[in-house]
Design a protein around this ligand. Structure first.
Ligand code: FAD
Length: 352
């Protein structure tokens, strides 16, 4: 943990004004936190301080949540999960909180900590929107390399990428005797393993090759886990190639041309990038708040951030040391909401 910075004095809402809580980023972390605050923390504070009122504003470019966890299954069975479960509407899910919640469609592009303001670029509008906060939560996550797993600003692009791949897979499976019909999956982690297994299971007899850049599968887990995954995949007929990487891929109308790291090229039926490289969406934050990899540095284990004028929190994949899982976000949301609640309570003169 980084040491505590000297905090600037901060203006807060007067009791007559609603306390402004701005959450930037609306998927697993941001949505979870917004629900936690609106359902538990803020109504609880209102019981303690009857004059206290609040407004939670969620700023995000996507209109719908993306339940990425089922995306690997979607590419083999795109009809398995109804669209409204894969992409539930954000606004509809917050209707019950009425005027305590506001959705702003847009992307944070910068912030001014001197007057606690986030600057938001909205697609349709020329002018940038300035949003003041009393508490700010950073939940902007990361963007994976592949368009399949990415929460595009428009969910239809994600669905279209899934459908395009599904059609290629179906075509590759239909011509499985053809030597150019192999399906190449890259990625040594859980996603690569899940995708290779799902494809092999859905299209028996199709040549599925899992390429991993290192010496073994699941390098972040004990070696036995990697061995078990390898055995299970081989039982499904997956070929595993270690120390192999794809450095370029070019889809044609019929096939995909891929280039290996040694310069060799291959024509294959489908290529699925299930590698980890992802860009953290923290470029809009001051560099001093981030580590070298772009993760937000923490001041304490309750997700108060290291930089800024205070009352700024981070949650989800942006947090330094994040396990990059959706499952950890539940616990984080409870902790961040408690930190926000405790800090507001202190401002309102309440005890700890
Ligand atoms: C294919 C796949 C399968 C997975 N399966 C599992 C699984 O089985 N189990 C598990 O635990 N985890 C799984 N994960 C990991 C899990 O999905 C992530 O850890 C989780 O999505 C992180 O949530 P997040 O809200 O921090 O980030 P994200 O989900 O990336 O959400 C970030 C949000 O911020 C928005 N945003 C970005 N930039 C800005 C900006 N400048 N201004 C405003 N908003 C912005 C984005 O549009 C998005 O709404 C999987 C991930 C993938 C890709």
């Amino acid at each position: 943990m980084a040491s505590e910075p000297p905090y600037k004095k901060q203006k807060t809402s007067s009791p007559a004004e609603p306390h402004k809580i701005v959450i930037v980023g609306g998927n697993f972390a941001g949505i979870n936190l917004a629900h936690y605050l609106l359902h538990d923390t803020l109504p609880g504070l209102q019981k303690l301080h009857p004059d206290f009122s609040y407004k939670v504003t969620l700023v995000t470019p996507n209109t719908h949540f993306f339940f990425k966890v089922t995306a690997p299954r979607e590419i083999v069975r795109p009809d398995q999960v109804p669209e409204e479960e894969l992409f539930p509407s954000i606004v509809e899910n917050f209707v019950k909180y009425r005027s305590s919640f506001k959705y702003v469609r847009g992307k944070a592009v910068a912030l001014r900590d001197a007057d606690s303001t986030v600057i938001v670029k909205r697609d349709m509008e020329q002018e940038e929107l300035e949003l003041q906060w009393d508490a700010l939560a950073i939940a902007t996550g990361a963007t994976p390399a592949s368009p399949l797993w990415t929460l595009h600003d428009n969910r239809k692009e994600t669905k279209a990428a899934i459908m395009r791949l599904h059609q290629r897979l179906a075509k590759a499976a239909a011509s499985k005797g053809n030597k150019f019909s192999a399906v190449i999956v890259t990625g040594e982690g859980p996603l690569g393993i899940e995708v290779a297994g799902d494809v092999a299971h859905a299209y028996p007899g199709t040549r599925v090759v899992l390429m991993a850049p290192g010496e073994r599968l699941l390098p972040s887990l004990p070696p036995q886990a990697g061995e078990d995954a390898k055995t299970a995949l081989e039982a499904l007929g997956v070929y595993i190639k270690l120390n192999e990487r794809i450095v370029d891929s070019r889809p044609t109308t019929t096939n995909v041309s891929v280039m290996l790291h040694d310069g060799d090229t291959m024509s294959v039926g489908a290529y699925i990038d299930a590698t980890g490289p992802r860009t953290l969406n923290t470029g809009w934050l001051p560099k001093a708040w981030l580590d070298e990899g772009g993760h937000v540095l923490m001041r304490d284990e309750n997700f108060r951030i290291h930089g800024g004028p205070g009352r700024i929190y981070a949650i989800g994949e942006v947090v330094v040391g994040s396990g990059e899982t959706a499952v950890e976000v539940d616990g984080m949301a409870a902790t961040v909401a408690s930190s926000i609640g405790a800090d507001i309570n202190t401002t309102l003169g309440g005890g700890i």
